[in-house]
Design a protein around this ligand. Structure first.
Ligand code: NDP
Length: 250
């Protein structure tokens, strides 16, 4: 097996929510494998520092805003001659028990963590279908399969994202596109900073994870490069759990 299978030279990759955290690590990993990378986020200052540090391109837009997505994707396609790899990564959590949860908060999570993958995916897939090639990677979660109290909209969104991965495969695999997902376990990022700081919860994560530790964002690079590259040429509609074994054991 040749290492060229993992070579992303000449491919253009858009990673949503990549000004920090998991998205940024995946972007850096795809860039190291040769891809031309486009970072994304809403805060222009944070995005600019991330862009400058990586020597990448960047596009500030809100993945929940259809008009912003449409014009950003058109501009990027024009600038780079098409997008070959899309990582739907932008996401956030709202922690509240279901009985106290306002509809607006439910909808905000669904919009960011699920609907955005449809909106950005549809915009990018159009060009991929015309060129008959493209890779889409949806960042799911262990909450794709498992539920915990107080994060119901997140759990619903991530479960939906897993099935959206299958639905996109059903419609687009025949056009040369591959749509897969990565489901990370617990990773230390800004999203989880309150959980990391909670020593009881943090110990629960370590104990519940057969590998015996929290994930490090670098753990996601290999799986992302695999799913973005020719190495995964016949992998369609799958979700790869990168969780230290959390979902494999009870
Ligand atoms: P972070 O909060 O560290 O980073 C989130 C990124 O998304 C930032 O760059 C943020 O930038 C951007 N973002 C948020 N909302 C939007 C939006 N509406 N439009 C554009 N960009 C947006 O989160 P993580 O890196 O931890 O998480 C990344 C993904 O991984 C999420 O989908 C999350 O659900 C998933 N995940 C994370 C796990 C973990 O343990 N950390 C575990 C499993 C899954 P800005 O605020 O400037 O827009």
């Amino acid at each position: 097996m040749s290492h060229k299978l993992f070579d992303l030279t000449g491919r253009v990759a858009l990673i949503t929510g990549s000004s920090r955290g998991i998205g940024h690590a995946i972007a850096a990993g795809l860039a190291a494998a040769g891809a031309t990378v486009v970072l994304n986020g809403r805060d222009p200052d944070r995005l600019e520092s991330a862009r400058a540090a990586l020597g990448a391109d960047a596009a500030a837009f809100d993945v929940t805003d259809e008009a912003q997505v449409t014009s950003a994707v058109a501009e990027l396609a024009e600038r780079h001659g098409g997008i070959d790899i899309l990582v739907n990564n932008a996401g956030f959590q709202h922690r509240q028990p279901l009985l106290d949860l306002a509809l607006a908060d439910w909808e905000a999570v669904l919009r960011t963590d699920l609907t955005s993958a449809f909106v950005v995916g549809r915009a990018v897939a159009q060009g991929m279908i015309e060129r008959r090639r493209g890779k889409i990677i949806n960042i799911c979660s262990v909450q794709t399969d498992l539920a915990r109290p107080s994060i119901a909209p997140y759990t619903a969104a991530k479960g939906g994202l897993r099935n959206l991965t299958r639905a996109m495969t059903a419609e687009w695999a025949g056009h040369g596109l591959q749509v897969n997902g990565i489901a990370p376990g617990y990773f230390n990022t800004e999203l989880t900073s309150a959980l990391v700081a909670d020593s009881e919860f943090s110990a629960w994560v370590t104990g519940r994870t057969p590998a015996g530790r929290w994930g490090a964002v670098a753990d996601l690079v290999g799986p992302a490069v695999f799913l973005a590259s020719d190495a995964s040429a016949f992998v369609n509609g799958q979700v790869l759990f990168v969780d230290g074994g959390m979902t494999a054991v009870v």
